[in-house]
Ligand binder design. Structure first.
Ligand SMILES: Nc1ncnc2c1ncn2[C@@H]1O[C@H](COP(=O)(O)OP(=O)(O)O)[C@@H](O)[C@H]1O
Ligand SMILES: [Mg+2]
Length: 326
């Protein structure tokens, strides 16, 4: 049994204009101590998937329309309020893109971490533990920084505080949703190093969400590529990056400078992610796909295992016709 098991998750949003499915049949597994990257362009349903894990979406407008999410074998959709509280900020820690938006601007950061400690670890010495957590997250002079207000810290330091706050409850699963998107490249690399270190020390599982494929390399064991609410490719990160099988994954990789060995040109993927409810009748990537052919326009492809551990949702799989899929 994996720590996190998502089976066939469906999430809808309702509005005046109707009901649309934004996450459509997503299934994922994440073992303790492992990292899974969830990638895909903006709007593909990554955050909605992550927020569903601790049932953090507001319902309505969101509707959990189908599927199961199990944490340590327990379906989160059957938990009561008390159990859900133990999951949120207990078993599961969240780190979001904008630390400034998640921190309380009028409370010293040490105090904010203490609040989480008092809630989830009543037995510990909060003063000492705050300092230990700040130090663990690579914050210099933690005794002084604990007394700072968020605005006194740089973006990178704020993100370290957010991570310290998430760690306060000793989560077994850390959900990091675009944790470095708002930071400049150097600081981004430092935060990713920190996450890697923390995982090694603490043995947490990490679900790392990003629209930036360049940070996936070396960060994760496995990766899942989302497009228009569905997983379109899933497999071991090194294999997927070296040999993408879905045309969308290949196009994403083509658009990242660092991942292209010896290439001179950067190819942006033409077109945009379709809005939920406005998908093509066949494959959702069909209108943008360089490999499109019948029946791509009329028949939606299923996610299938085309080689051991390699899952692809496409009628066209790189190498399949010539029989050289790895
Ligand atoms: N609160 C909401 N109300 C209505 N639609 C939403 C809401 N949150 C997200 N969506 C829609 O769900 C889809 C997936 O969004 P999201 O999971 O945030 O994408 P990603 O994280 O991959 O960029 C998008 O089309 C978005 O507009
Ligand atoms: Mg998002």
């Amino acid at each position: 049994m994996a720590l996190l098991e998502i089976d066939n998750l469906a999430v809808d949003f309702v509005s005046d204009t109707g009901r649309v499915r934004v996450v459509d049949g997503v299934s994922l597994r994440l073992e303790a101590g492992r990292t899974l990257c969830l990638v895909g362009e903006s709007g593909s349903g990554k955050s909605v998937t992550a927020l569903s894990i601790a049932r953090l979406l507001q319902t309505p407008p969101a509707v959990y329309a189908g599927g199961e999410i199990r944490l340590d074998g327990r379906n989160v959709f059957t938990l009561n309020q008390r159990e859900l509280c133990a999951v949120r900020g207990g078993m599961v820690g969240y780190v979001f893109q904008e630390p400034a938006a998640s921190l309380n601007p009028v409370m010293r950061v040490g105090r904010q971490i203490e609040e989480s400690l008092l809630l989830h670890r009543p037995g510990c010495d909060p003063g000492q533990e705050v300092i230990r957590l700040l130090k663990l997250c690579g914050i210099p002079a933690p005794e002084l920084r604990a007394r700072d207000f968020p605005f006194q810290l740089s973006g990178g330091m704020q993100q370290r505080v957010m991570i310290a706050m998430a760690l306060a409850a000793q989560p077994r699963l850390l959900l990091a949703d675009e944790p470095t998107t708002a930071l400049d490249v150097t600081i981004q690399a430092q935060i990713l190093d920190l996450l890697r270190d923390l995982q090694r020390q603490l043995g947490m599982a990490i679900l790392l969400i990003t629209h930036n494929l360049a940070i996936v390399d070396g960060m994760s064991d496995d990766m899942a590529v989302m497009y228009a609410g569905q997983i379109v490719e899933l497999g071991p990160t090194a294999a997927v990056l070296r040999n993408p099988l879905h045309p969308y994954t290949a196009a994403l990789i083509q658009s990242v400078p660092r991942l292209q060995v010896g290439a001179r040109r950067l190819t942006a993927i033409p077109g945009t992610v379709p809005q939920p409810g406005q998908y093509s009748a066949g494959c959702r990537f069909y209108p943008r796909c360089p490999q499109a052919r019948p029946p791509c326009d009329t028949q939606p492809p299923e996610l299938r295992e085309v080689a051991p551990g390699r899952w692809v949702r496409s009628w066209y799989v790189a190498g399949e016709e010539s029989g050289v899929v790895p």
